[in-house]
Design a protein around this ligand. Structure first.
Ligand code: B12
Length: 231
């Protein structure tokens, strides 16, 4: 029964059926399937599938847009559930989170935000299309511990490097842990740009942030912590 629901949901997202996606997500939650399982078994595989088909020229932009809308509709419900289930209430630290300049993909960033919030971090969500300068200004205002940078487009990756270099040039690199993630980001890239950490998934991001705030090491003095796939 629950496998069937997951399959139907996966198909509804991949084919961009927004209303069906929202209805099936609600039904799956009501039937007791955990929000994180729905994300891992239905939403993420559907996004992977449409992404690959788009990359191969088998699917086109309108289909990508519809699938993105369907996934966002489902995620809104799932994220509410994850946050309401959040168990840890002791403040672990403040994270300034955003998507790099030029990039408008925010489904993964929204999931990262929900998981960090549910695990005791205060998250300031800057949204999409954020310049290195804006990340830094907001990190200062929020007195953040961590700057978390999401990028799904290879063309937005250089702005992660720019952010770390700008912190150095301003003499404040040691004030913030900088962590990176998103589709084209690899552990190697994180090491190359001297980020403090890399996480493959949202759950990896939570572990990473916990390790950093517990490390007792100053940002930039720490060897890049890698959580998740080593690619
Ligand atoms: C949905 C989607 C869209 C939607 C986005 C809707 C939205 N609100 O986000 C729309 C249709 C708008 C879109 C537009 C475009 N897209 Co698009 N899109 C996708 C798709 C299919 C899924 C992305 C997604 O949501 N994944 C699901 C989430 C849950 O996963 P995630 O984002 O990776 O996040 C997880 C981890 O990466 C990690 N994570 C994320 N951020 C962070 C941050 C930190 C600090 C850490 C530690 C971890 C972490 O945790 C998250 C949860 O586990 C991908 C394909 C793919 N497989 O990624 C293409 C893809 C990213 N898009 C692509 C392209 C080319 C485009 C367009 C340029 C298309 C065009 N010609 O216009 C535009 C760009 C618009 C722009 N300026 O940004 C390419 C990018 C190629 C590249 N390497 O640069 C991809 C890879 C498709 C492909 N195979 O070609 N897209």
């Amino acid at each position: 029964m629950s496998e069937n629901k997951i399959e139907l949901l996966n198909e509804a997202v991949a084919t961009g059926e927004v209303d069906d996606t929202v209805r099936l997500t609600r039904e799956a939650l009501d039937s007791g399937i955990a929000a994180m399982d729905i994300i891992k078994e239905a939403i993420e595989p559907a996004m992977k599938d449409i992404g690959e088909r788009f990359g191969n020229g088998e699917a086109f932009l309108p289909e990508l847009i519809l699938a993105g809308d369907a996934a966002s509709g489902s995620m809104d419900l799932l994220i509410d559930k994850l946050v309401s289930e959040g168990g840890e209430s002791v403040l672990k630290g403040t994270v300034v989170l955003g998507v790099m300049y030029g990039d408008h993909h925010d489904i993964g960033k929204n999931l990262v935000k929900a998981l960090l919030s549910a695990n005791g971090f205060k998250v300031l969500d800057l949204g999409i299309n954020i310049t290195a300068k804006q990340f830094i200004e907001d990190a200062k205002k929020a007195n953040a511990d961590i700057i978390a940078c999401s990028a799904l487009l290879t063309t937005s990756l250089p702005f992660q490097r720019e952010l770390i270099e700008l912190l150095g040039a301003m003499g404040i690199r040691e004030n913030y842990y900088v962590i990176v993630g998103g589709g084209p980001v690899t552990a190697q890239w994180a090491q190359d740009i001297k980020a403090d950490g890399y996480g493959f998934t949202g759950a990896d991001c939570v572990n990473l942030c916990k390790k950093l705030v517990d490390s007792g090491e100053k940002p930039s003095k720490i060897e890049t912590i890698v959580e998740g796939a080593l690619t």
